[in-house]
Design a protein around this ligand. Structure first.
Ligand code: SAM
Length: 356
């Protein structure tokens, strides 16, 4: 087999979590996996067309399959329009097909058989085929799009970065749609996130169905039906908890997590937590109710002080001002991006009760 180059993308700050879990089936914290098909120097659109034509596209695509090309351009003044650049690359591919077969692939921008990504950095052209198509964070367990949910890949990456041992009782007192807890359950029962979805590469010419089936069988055999510890979450919003429950069912971990409608200031988890992970509101939008925001962080502080003695807590904060309302000092601060928002993943070590 020839050597291949892959490019795997993830949220900034989560790179160490991605390293070590490289395979579409098992990737929890990455967004895309792309195989490099071309690395060439190009100075204008004609060079680009010629470079893309050099590839033998019969290896990757039949005229009956669909394709889509997207482009990202930086520091390349000859290529000002990404749509036009992508179009030239697509033309090079379908012109080759037409010359060879008298037929060509159609474009499908939604669910193409072959999603291609073209990257131009100065005069360097890189062309990738995207193994995941739909971003890997889309596991297939969200029933509806919820307001400010934590992206699944980010939640998994943050859990991995926290060093949680996948065996200690874990809670999220502001769990919203339950992303941390669902991802924690999937990790703890060794459920490969890719088992819940399909990938474009399953329809590719060079796809080896026997190898893939063997990988799927091996992944299914690893799933643990039960956990020897508890996972629990609460949110004061009943609508969020019903989405969390439904999502957990769809992710097949509904039996492994308990969800409760309760405010953080008063919630009594069903077990003593060893680990707390949470993503409180931090006022992403202008005009968010400041008083409400402050009371949320104050309530989280109360929960941590009164019900989490001896636990390790990790809190995702995008707002330094409200973080002080926890009345705790962070022992680690990891810079991470949550979508476009620059955040800190903060660790707090809560004193054991007998030390108070
Ligand atoms: C940024 S969202 C969390 C998103 C969540 N990680 C997810 O996966 O969907 C913050 C959540 O905190 C909840 N919340 C705010 N103040 C609360 C409080 N005092 N007690 C319990 N939940 C609270 C909100 O209802 C909201 O669902």
């Amino acid at each position: 087999m020839t050597e291949r180059d892959y490019y795997v993308s993830c949220g900034r700050g989560l790179e160490p979590a991605v390293v070590g879990e490289l395979a579409c089936l098992w990737l929890r914290s990455a967004i895309r996996v792309q195989e490099q098909l071309l690395d060439a120097q190009v100075h204008d659109a004609t060079d680009l067309y010629d470079a893309v034509s050099e590839i033998d596209w019969d290896l990757y695509l039949t005229p009956d399959q669909t394709l889509a090309v997207t482009a990202a351009i930086r520091d390349a003044p000859e290529f000002t329009h990404s749509g036009y650049t992508a179009l030239r690359a697509k033309d090079a591919i379908v012109d080759q097909q037409r010359a060879r077969h008298g037929r060509r692939s159609s474009v499908d921008t939604q669910m193409p058989d072959l999603p291609l990504k073209l990257v131009l950095r100065g005069d360097r052209l890189l062309l990738y085929r995207d193994l995941a198509g739909v971003s890997l964070h889309k596991r297939g367990y969200r029933p509806v799009q919820v307001k400010s949910p934590l992206n699944e890949a980010t939640a998994a990456g943050l859990l991995l970065r926290s060093g949680w041992d996948k065996a200690s009782p874990l809670v999220d007192p502001m769990c919203g749609s339950g992303t941390f807890l669902i991802e924690a359950a999937l990790m703890a029962c060794d459920y490969a996130p890719g088992l819940l979805r399909t990938f474009p590469f399953e329809f590719w010419i060079d796809f080896d169905a026997d190898i893939w089936d063997a990988l799927l069988d091996a992944a299914r055999a690893r799933v643990k039906p039960k956990l020897g510890f508890q996972l629990a979450g609460a949110d004061r919003h009943p609508g969020a908890i019903s989405i969390a429950k439904e999502s957990a069912q769809l992710a097949r971990v509904g039996e492994l997590v308990s969800f409760h409608v309760e405010g953080a200031a008063t919630w009594e988890p069903p077990m003593h937590p060893a680990f707390v992970v949470t993503n409180p509101p931090y006022g992403e939008r202008l005009g968010d109710d400041e008083e409400d925001l402050e009371s949320s962080w104050h309530d989280l502080g109360t929960f941590l002080h009164e019900r989490c003695a001896g636990a390790e807590a990790w809190v995702l904060s995008g707002n330094r001002e409200v973080t002080r309302l926890l009345r705790l000092r962070a022992s680690a601060r990891v810079p991470v991006m949550n979508g476009p928002i620059e955040c800190r993943w903060l660790r707090y070590e809560l004193r054991p009760r007998d030390a108070e």
